[in-house]
Design a protein around this ligand. Sequence first.
Ligand code: ARG
Length: 294
Amino acid sequence: MKKVTKTAALVLAMAMVISTLTACGDDSGATTDAAVTDEAAANDTADTADADEAADTDAAQGTVTKTEGVMTFGTNAEFPPFEFVAGTGVIDQYDGIDMAIAKQIAEENGMTAAIENMEFDSLLIALQNGQIDAVIAGMTVTEERKEAVDFSTPYYTATQVMIVKEDSDIAAAADMADKKICVIQGYTGEVCVNDMGYPYEAFKKGTEAVMELVNGKCDVVVIDSATAQKYVNDNEGLKIVEDAAAFEAEEYAIAVRKGNTELLDMINTAIDAKLADGTISELGVKYTEEITAE
Ligand code: ARG
């Protein structure tokens, strides 16, 4: 009897693990990521000659980046507290945790950091095309993305959460079933909701989705936790609902072109040191406090 119960419990536990994984993240249900990979792959083939040429030139100049002495990071500066446009930022007008990390990584390697701001969906393609050297964009490591690019050591753990109106009756992910759901195009939040099988509307920016919610045109926005906190602080009458069983933990990392191990090593050495000496958690506190204080 006891044995049966134990086995049953184990089976149940395993089923839960599997369903969590299926609900969000890494499997084939990841339509958006798959599209990115396919498109990127097509692009890659088209640009192989260019990329090879660029690589040869880089090798000849003894540099691991497209411009000697400059690390060019791609981002999508619509994701506070990680990257946002400010009056004065740490790199040009760009500020946030990721921007501070990027600047330090470049400078510790005797280079300067440059930012190319673009749509989130375009980042991995731009990386593969050689338009940028790395992506730093609060980007979650997923199996789909790993097929297209190489990731650094993860530097931040996050999860998807639901932003709802304060009086909403949504208390768990399953409660979204008959609600109007808003997501951001290409974010892992879209992958999660898609995997759950719920219909949704996708927006280009977090702020656009949150405006829909504020204006009563949708019932819930699914987005990363720290960014959700920023939107809740900025807008009256919203709250965050978590569901750890439905949304698995995600890890943010920096992406480089597949095989650019020299750059990846530079990035990893810097990240490892910043994780060990508390620099990254201090940046997390700093930019989160700035958000709360606003
Ligand atoms: N972590 C999520 C993802 O990887 C969202 C990242 C959005 N980042 C941004 N800079 N807009 O899909």
